[in-house]
Ligand binder design. Sequence first.
Ligand SMILES: *Cc1c(COP(=O)(O)O)cnc(C)c1O
Length: 404
Amino acid sequence: MRTVIPYGKQDISEEDIAAVVKTLRSDFLTQGPKIKEFEEAFARYVGAQYAVAVANGTAALHLNALALGVKPGDKVITTPITFAASANCVRYCGGEVVFADIDATTYLLDINNVRELLEASPRGTYKGIIPVDFAGRAVDLEAFRKLANEYGLWIIEDSCHSPGGYFMDSDGKQQHCGNGNLADLAIFSFHPVKHIACGEGGMITTNDEKLYEKLLQLRTHGIVKDENKFINSLAFANGLEDSQISNLKSQIYPGWYMEMQDLGYNYRLTDFQAALGLSQLKRADAGLVRRKEIAKRYQEAFQGMPFIKGQSGFVKGHAYHLYVLEVDNRLGLYNHLRTNNIFAQIHYIPVHLMPYYRQFGWKEGDMPIAEEYYQNCISMPMYPTLTNLEQDFVIKNIYSFYNV
Ligand SMILES: *Cc1c(COP(=O)(O)O)cnc(C)c1O
């Protein structure tokens, strides 16, 4: 087998291409009807009330931090085993990132470590928590919500890995990632390696109307177009002195008028990207089914193998963006797979040990579980179009490396 097998890959159908082309031929390349359509369909998919489409997942995180009012000095807790953007959004607003270690079996932010941090500081020290549904495994947000409420914290759920994922709450109900029931805000990414591809793209979901409106405003430069919310006078808006206001035939704001009320950004998604996302969303469930099949086959192949120290396993509600193995001689295995054109990947280099974060004093030994995990982890090829034959080739190469 000579074709490269990556760890993740987009799946673009003829229908996807047709949807994009159709939008390219329409009147709107951006700020048109496809955005709203994609937002509504995505909100329905995850079970949230509101969705805001944005340029990428990182922009989604930045807008969340802004909407929640993160300020210089504010402390926010997150996991070191995530993509750096989960932490960086706090820094964009001048806040301070405090890492808490992961759980050794779920690989998710360990709530006990978060609780310890909260208990060790005066109330009000921390402002929020950013748990990540790492690899596609849903964080138990019911437990996190309870803890957050005790300390008056907000929660941003980084659900980039987990569209379609869920956990079972204490009532036995499925709580879908990003459904807005427990986290204040959730974010998704539509980078090609994620479940749904837009090229670049992101989505914020929430059930909080106020946050939703704030996000819409911040996505487009902080501009407001609703005349009920205007701050400047009617005379000014019409280009008149206040004394001339009686000259106006009708007391309305002119058609061109808008106000920039906040310092926002241009974090919009384009309509042709939204068209691609909408078309991809139709196949999201089928993709999830296939990801679960692949996970089950990995689980069966590696269960009880002497070289395995841990693995994602087969977990209900897991969305399997990644399938992680923890192995002996990870470097050797990585290189062996590469020589056989299998491009496994490492997720993640612990964020607290990135040179940027070391400047704040983070060092080796601060997050022992995450650091040990990093020494052993390797993400297997995992994407819906991976065939059984290809997966068997991957498994066979791993067996042969460990002489089993
Ligand atoms: C991909 C990803 C992001 C950032 O999304 P982009 O669209 O690449 O900006 C943030 N958090 C996690 C966990 C991710 O996997």
